[in-house]
Design a protein around this ligand. Sequence first.
Ligand SMILES: NC(=O)c1ccc[n+]([C@@H]2O[C@H](COP(=O)([O-])OP(=O)(O)OC[C@H]3O[C@@H](n4cnc5c(N)ncnc54)[C@H](O)[C@@H]3O)[C@@H](O)[C@H]2O)c1
Length: 413
Amino acid sequence: MITDPALAPDGERKIDWASTWMPVMNRVRDRLKEEGVMRGRRVAVILPVEPKTAYLAATLADAGAEVAVSFPGVMVHDDVAAGLAARGVEVFARRGSTHEEELGFFEEVLARRPEVVIDDRADVIRLAHTTHPEVLETLLGASEETTTGVLTLRAMEADGTLKVPCIAANDARCKYLFDNRYGSGQSTVQAVLDNTNLLLAGRRLVVAGYGWVGKGVARRARGMGARVIVSEVDPFAALEAYHDGYDVMPIEEACEVADVVMTATGVRRALPLSAIERLKDGALLANTGAVDDEFDVAELRERALETRIVRPNVEEFKLEEGRSIFVIGAGVVVNLSAGEGHPVEIMDLTFSVQALSARHLLLNAAEMSPGVHALPDEIDEAIARDKLDTLGLRIDRLTDEQQAFLKAWEAFA
Ligand SMILES: NC(=O)c1ccc[n+]([C@@H]2O[C@H](COP(=O)([O-])OP(=O)(O)OC[C@H]3O[C@@H](n4cnc5c(N)ncnc54)[C@H](O)[C@@H]3O)[C@@H](O)[C@H]2O)c1
């Protein structure tokens, strides 16, 4: 179910462009095709429908899997959806879909009885464990894309609900060190600037949350000349931000001086309405966390005297006569809802992690207990080594003597 199959040529060109810059994924593709592990296996891909994700889905299909893709419409590129469908992948996604339609799309995917789900925010795994338990009979396992989804799976594991093994793809070093930090960092700042055509240099930019994503956003914003302030709830993260050279203060205080506020926390109302009310005229708001109401746009809408769309992806909220604030990307993950997502090279790593997680589940799920599992270190490390190799970078190795030294705990001096 896609918007318009005639858009396929544009979508295919975009997928091809992405694949040009994903050399590690190309190696994974060749390996999967040669091994035949994917042949005839049913895989669901629940990720934003954009060129890099499409290349992941197309790679699995190319290697012989029956692939079904779906995602909520705010993060769907219709041309890419069409291009993917033209490559033999079943796509249930269209830009602007309603919540009911999206639920229906997820149900269509579950009706294909996937053996492996590559999930985002644990949305489909949750459905499988609540309203569609029959799917669990044939589901071998899942691989989770993002920090927030991994937290959900851990909560399910803690209360004994999780019935299948799930790989925390987000927690692989090849994922969070690069995707969350450099990928979100660049693409979040880029989405806000592209959609507003404004200058960052000299502006005060507040980052709520100094985890991997927040660190990336802060670093990129500073690199473009912004004066960055961090708000945190975790004392270690706050200290880190301080020693990285940022101002640190509570969100309510930060909002009094902010020109731009970006949330990157994974929790609801990290930017509460009381803080938004302190913002000055013209302030910009964007969320890059996976939780849609890191600031509550519906609540803000009720509070506003008037709202209007002033540019594509930019909505003005008039709080009182003479004071407006602007929300980019409707408060939903801004780099995906109002941008093209992460840079391609970053997703080369992320989707190599995902493809090899799916492979690992297909081969090993029967021996894995229900619960959250790490991607085995050797797979993670092999991806990093492949990436270095494709970049033409060489590194040193520990000598035998150094390895022996590291193990010789009893030696003194
Ligand atoms: N935009 C993207 O493309 C993208 C990519 C990766 C992850 N994410 C999402 O971004 C969010 C953050 O991911 P991460 O990997 O940085 O997580 P993380 O756990 O490394 O960091 C989150 C940080 O937010 C802080 N925090 C929590 N509540 C807060 C509050 N009320 N005020 C201020 N700080 C608060 C935490 O202390 C923590 O330091 C998650 O929802 C994740 O799923 C988005």
